[in-house]
Design a protein around this ligand. Structure first.
Ligand SMILES: Cc1ncc(C[n+]2csc(CCOP(=O)(O)OP(=O)(O)O)c2C)c(N)n1
Ligand SMILES: [Mg+2]
Length: 318
């Protein structure tokens, strides 16, 4: 049975949190406070929040380098998140992982990777382990549209389809694979159609509508828990910022970006809250509370200790 639908105010709060966190990270990068690379999911918050709302804490997810939203939506604590971004000892991975490599097993964030489609086989393994352990856990793997062209995508779907494993393949189709439109590199119009070659049903959902994402993912999760196997979800969305920090985006027009900005998932949710009678002040209060929480997380991260030089390689396996 599907759990009771979450309150849209809570989903909205989670999306605003992700948006403000990423805007803060971008500003911190610009002023030279953070290092490494930064792949933002601004514009894609509804996929992360809607999908993770359909999961339990003990269910696992795998993420990509664009995974901040999913990691926070799954419950990774904000202070540990921010400290990790600053490379501090108090970070989720003791400062050794950084933006692309978050994990926190206590909330089911199993794995994040910079390898395109690298999370799919890991999620299949997590689903297989649930089957062998005879528990009801499911695994959900987030990946991009470009990842569906990788061999591992098809291998992972085939094995999950064959063994009817409790896994949800969640494709965030943000229309681009780095700088290349997906329409220039995929032989099918609908990526969800790629599931049928592996006996995995494919569904398409508006990835900017957090409630629609929640409903679609819940159905896939219920199916997986009933032992009926995997589902491929294609969530149509758009990244409103560049592929990564520093991308000047010569490959797309401003008009195109503006058209998608009009479908910003936060605005969609805000409008809906208004229609349901939630006053603007209540929405403003959520925004203000989130801002305060982020400021406090940044202060925590700044004041946290660096890892000791002598322990630079502790807990580093590759
Ligand atoms: C196996 C592998 N091949 C190529 C790359 C280089 N690369 C990094 S991101 C990316 C685009 C992936 O696009 P998509 O799957 O749509 O995810 P998005 O970045 O849009 O979230 C590529 C090709 C990589 N990191 N790993
Ligand atoms: Mg993409």
């Amino acid at each position: 049975m599907t759990a009771e639908s979450p309150d849209l105010r809570d989903l909205y709060r989670k999306m605003v949190r992700i948006r403000r966190v990423e805007e803060t990270l971008e500003a911190l990068f610009k002023q030279g406070d953070l290092y490494g690379s930064l792949h933002l999911c601004i514009g894609q918050e509804a996929t992360a929040v809607g999908a993770c709302a359909a999961l339990r804490t003990e269910d696992s997810i795998t993420c990509t380098y664009r995974g901040h939203g999913a990691e926070l939506a799954k419950g990774l604590p904000l202070q540990a998140f921010m400290a990790e971004m600053f490379g501090k000892q108090t970070g989720a991975n003791r400062g050794r992982g950084g933006s692309m490599l978050f994990s926190d097993l206590s909330v089911g964030v199993l794995f994040a990777t910079g390898i395109v489609a690298g999370g799919l086989p890991i999620a299949v393994g997590a689903a297989l382990s649930a089957r062998l352990a005879k528990n009801t856990r499911v695994a959900l793997t987030f990946f991009g549209d470009g990842a569906t062209n990788q061999g591992t995508f098809h291998e992972a779907l085939n094995m999950a389809g064959l063994w009817k494993l409790p896994v949800i393949f969640f494709c965030e189709n943000n229309q681009y694979s780095e700088m290349t439109p997906i329409s220039h590199e995929a032989a099918v119009d609908r990526l969800a159609d790629r599931g049928c070659a592996s006996g995995v049903p494919g569904v398409v959902v508006d990835g900017n509508d957090v409630e629609a994402v929640y409903a679609t993912t819940s159905q896939a999760v219920d199916r997986a828990r009933r032992g009926e196997g995997a589902t491929l979800i294609e969530a149509i969305t758009y990244r409103l910022t560049g592929h990564m920090f520093g991308d000047t985006q010569p490959y797309r027009s401003r008009d195109e970006v503006e058209q998608w900005r009009a479908k910003d998932p936060l605005d969609v949710a805000r409008r809906r809250l208004g229609e349901r009678g939630v006053p603007a002040e209540a929405i403003g209060r959520i925004d203000a509370e989130v801002d305060a929480e982020i400021q406090s997380a940044v202060a925590f991260a700044r004041s946290s200790p660096e890892p000791a030089e002598t322990e630079a390689t502790a807990n580093v396996y590759v």
